[in-house]
Write a protein that binds this ligand. Structure first.
Ligand SMILES: [Fe+2]
Length: 259
């Protein structure tokens, strides 16, 4: 099975909410989508870890859906801090099994893969969080270990990038409770995230975790803890392709797209 993991399109129909977003983001994202849709052998499913829209208007999501239309395989997505829940739900409720809400968490599967999607959006804030209700819901999902591979999708990473200015705006609410659940779970597990705007992978509490790049803009690799705000830069955009032959095996390829 081949899984594509991309993130942070920040699509806007009228005007950007985020000043860093490239003005040709629609065309750039169409290139990413074409690369995924035309990849050989065929990608089996696509994971998009948040910030699909930059402001979250109905027009933004109509454009997002049009951009994604060349992808004919299942798409699984979670909202980011630049998304809007109502618009996100309306755009994807025909293909994603959201609960009654208001949060957009869901559990689903494709073949032998279990997918747990967590909505870490806190309206009006850049950092993310999980409330106690979501922690309880996740605890139920992880109460029994399954030998199937579980993928957790969440926009805000709970694992550090070690770039301090970015980690200060990652998952803050419910972090320690989430970490406890992850460390207690014994089955094969991976966590896919976005938000950081540069691709990286890490092993966190024994769990393999990744943040995909986003075509909208990329942050510089400034690892000094006193580094100033990360800046936009002209680096190749990359997303990840996970090749899953068996639950415990892991091969992740970095796929570059010239935008
Ligand atoms: Fe973003």
């Amino acid at each position: 099975m081949l899984i594509a993991h991309t993130s942070d399109f920040h699509i806007f129909a009228d005007a950007p909410e985020t000043s860093l977003v490239r003005s040709d983001i629609v065309e750039a994202t169409r290139k990413v989508v074409a690369d995924i849709a035309n990849f050989s052998p065929r990608i089996d499913a696509v994971m998009i870890t948040g910030d699909l829209a930059d402001g979250g208007s109905a027009d933004d999501y109509a454009l997002v859906k049009d951009i994604l239309s060349p992808i004919k395989v299942p798409i699984f997505a979670v909202p980011g801090n630049h998304d809007a829940r109502m618009g996100f739900r309306a755009a994807f409720e025909d293909r994603l099994p959201f609960g009654p809400g208001p949060k957009l968490d869901y559990e689903t599967s494709i073949a032998d893969l279990r997918i747990i999607a967590l909505d870490t959006l806190i309206e009006g804030e850049v950092p993310g969080g999980l409330d106690d209700g979501q922690i309880d819901w996740l605890a139920e999902r992880l109460a029994e270990t399954t030998e199937r591979l579980t993928l957790i999708l969440m926009h805000h990473p709970a694992f550090p990038s070690t770039i301090k200015t970015l980690d200060q705006m990652a998952l803050l609410g419910g972090h320690s409770k989430f970490e406890t659940l992850i460390t207690q779970y014994r089955g094969p597990l991976r966590i896919l995230s976005g938000h950081i705007h540069r691709p990286y992978q890490t092993l966190w509490n024994g769990v393999w975790c990744a943040v995909s790049g986003g075509p909208s803009f990329q942050h510089a690799l400034k690892m000094a803890h006193d580094a100033p705000e990360p800046s936009n830069l002209d680096e190749p955009f990359a997303y990840f392709i996970h090749r899953i032959e068996e639950a415990a095996a892991m091969t992740v390829h970095t796929r570059y797209v010239v935008l």
